[in-house]
Write a protein that binds this ligand. Structure first.
Ligand code: GDP
Ligand code: GDP
Length: 452
């Protein structure tokens, strides 16, 4: 890109304003976001304070958090008091902010002051997120929906005190920030040049739970590195540092936005999924277990398989099924996705996180298989045995073989003439068994060797 970035791009950090009536937990939340206790000292209620601006970062992105110090909309004629001055100043920072987080108190419910603040925010052009604070345990999460009444979209349950849900909230805040200046995104390493980074796509029908899964996967992980621009303008990838090394989640643009406008039709989502699969090493196929394996799921699975991409199947929303339904879907999987062979099937609840502890070990296995490289002499021993047991027809013979690539395992066979497809399948099977490659696709390339 030849154009220099505008000064506003390079010098000004995006700002996130925290607003809400006193005592809902704004300071506690701010401390939590800043990750240090001493940032803001506990204050006496009613004591006025300046708004505070603090540098913060999340997912490698820097921003400024502004504590608006208990901004409340002013009543008519009420502009001479100290409170009014504080409000005017806070209002300015609220107006200037890129994203506003309105904090409410779960335990207190919606108060008149909350309604006043929300009413004022509804007129705002920029994004507003509602954080329902003091949701100290998971059991209460499904009681937060009354806060939808504020008219500011889906509320986020958090406990600023304990840190619960703050990661999800910050992810949503990040997703709502203006685009990062292009030069920062482009400064990232070329993902394809980094052999250690495994690319994983999360695919499935609309509503299967992909976003929920993705947010869950990165939610607890504070080491999300950076976004990588994908092939299309809106295909943004997210790189996460895991114990397995960096994993690049492909095309996560829509998934990071909780309150996204879901315009994805079945067809559009299929196209998008296939594009993502093309750029990934492993596909996580999310199936809505309450719906079962649909034709669309089958088509998707076939296409992924055909593209040579290993699949891990996630049967999601497991929490919603009774025993009978659980048995039924397990049969359904065997029946309708039988062509996937040994692909792992994991039963999960992306919503609660239950079962997801199995995902990383499973990925580890797939990645290890995928990366496996077999010494040339071992390859040739297996080849010799396979040919001795079952020679190719018409005097065809593989003279020598080598593993050209590990991702996926690709073997180059040097043969004296063209080998029939059935014989290649036989060799592939022998390689797969001998090298314990499980469900990972094996590619065979045949080269005619001159002089034989
Ligand atoms: P602010 O006036 O909006 O800045 O609110 P504070 O951050 O000062 O918090 C008000 C009170 O709520 C304090 O006693 C906090 O300890 C408490 N509080 C804040 N967050 C939580 C939370 O997540 N759970 C519970 N139980 N209490 C909280
Ligand atoms: P996507 O369109 O595939 O990204 O699906 P979403 O992640 O947006 O999820 C669709 C709906 O299913 C949302 O209302 C989620 O809260 C819900 N959902 C996702 N996963 C689960 C789960 O494991 N259990 C339950 N009960 N609901 C879930």
């Amino acid at each position: 890109m030849a154009e220099a970035p505008t000064p506003s791009h390079s010098s000004r950090l995006p700002t996130v304003a925290i607003v809400g009536r006193p005592n809902v937990g704004k300071s506690t939340l701010m401390n939590r976001i800043l990750g240090r206790r001493e940032a803001i000292v506990a204050e006496q209620p009613g004591v006025t304070r300046d708004r505070k601006e603090m540098p913060a970062s999340w997912q490698g992105r820097e921003f400024t958090v502004v504590d608006t110090g208990g901004w409340l909309p002013q009543g008519p004629g009420d502009n001479s008091s100290m409170d009014a001055k504080v409000s005017a100043q806070s209002e300015k920072s609220m107006e200037d902010a890129d994203v506003v987080v309105m904090v409410v108190d779960f335990q207190a419910g919606i108060t008149g002051d909350d309604e006043g603040v929300a009413g004022r925010l509804r007129g705002r052009a920029g994004p507003v997120l509602v954080a329902v604070n003091k949701v100290d345990d998971e059991a209460h999460e499904n009681l937060i929906w009354e806060f939808i009444r504020l008219g500011l979209g889906d509320p986020f349950p958090v406990s600023a005190l304990h840190g619960r849900g703050v990661g999800d909230l910050l992810d949503a805040v990040m997703a709502s920030l203006p685009e990062e200046p292009a030069e920062r995104l482009e400064a990232g390493a070329d993902p394809d040049s980094d052999a250690a980074t495994v690319s994983v796509s999360i695919v499935g029908r609309p509503n299967a739970g992909k976003s929920t899964l993705f947010n869950r996967l990165i939610g607890d992980d504070r080491s999300v590195v950076h976004d990588q621009p994908g092939t299309t303008r809106d295909a943004i990838d997210t790189v996460v540092n895991t114990e397995l090394g960096p994993i690049r989640f492909v095309d996560t643009a829509g998934m990071r936005r909780r309150a996204r406008i879901d315009q994805a039709t079945e067809y559009y989502s299929l196209l998008r999924a296939l594009a993502a699969v093309d750029r990934s090493d492993i596909a996580l196929l999310v199936i809505d277990a309450t719906v079962g394996v649909t034709h669309q799921d089958q088509r998707l699975a076939e296409r992924i398989d055909g593209a040579g991409c290993p699949i891990v199947v996630l049967l999601n929303k497991w929490d919603l099924l009774d025993t009978e339904a659980r048995e039924a879907i397990s049969l359904d999987i065997d029946h309708r996705l039988h062509f996937l062979g040994e692909a792992a099937v994991i039963r999960v609840s992306a919503l609660s996180g239950k079962g997801l502890n199995r995902l990383l070990p499973e990925l580890r296995g797939v990645i290890a298989e995928y990366r496996r490289r077999i010494p040339t002499q071992v390859v040739n021993r297996v080849l010799r045995d396979a040919q001795a047991a079952h020679p190719a027809p018409d005097g065809a013979r593989v003279l020598y073989a080598t593993q050209g690539a590990a991702d996926p395992p690709t073997f180059t066979l040097f043969a004296n003439r063209i080998l029939p497809r059935t014989y290649l399948r036989y060799l592939e099977r022998r390689f797969r068994e001998a090298f314990d490659l499980g469900s990972v696709p094996v590619k065979l390339r045949v080269r005619r060797r001159s002089g034989e």
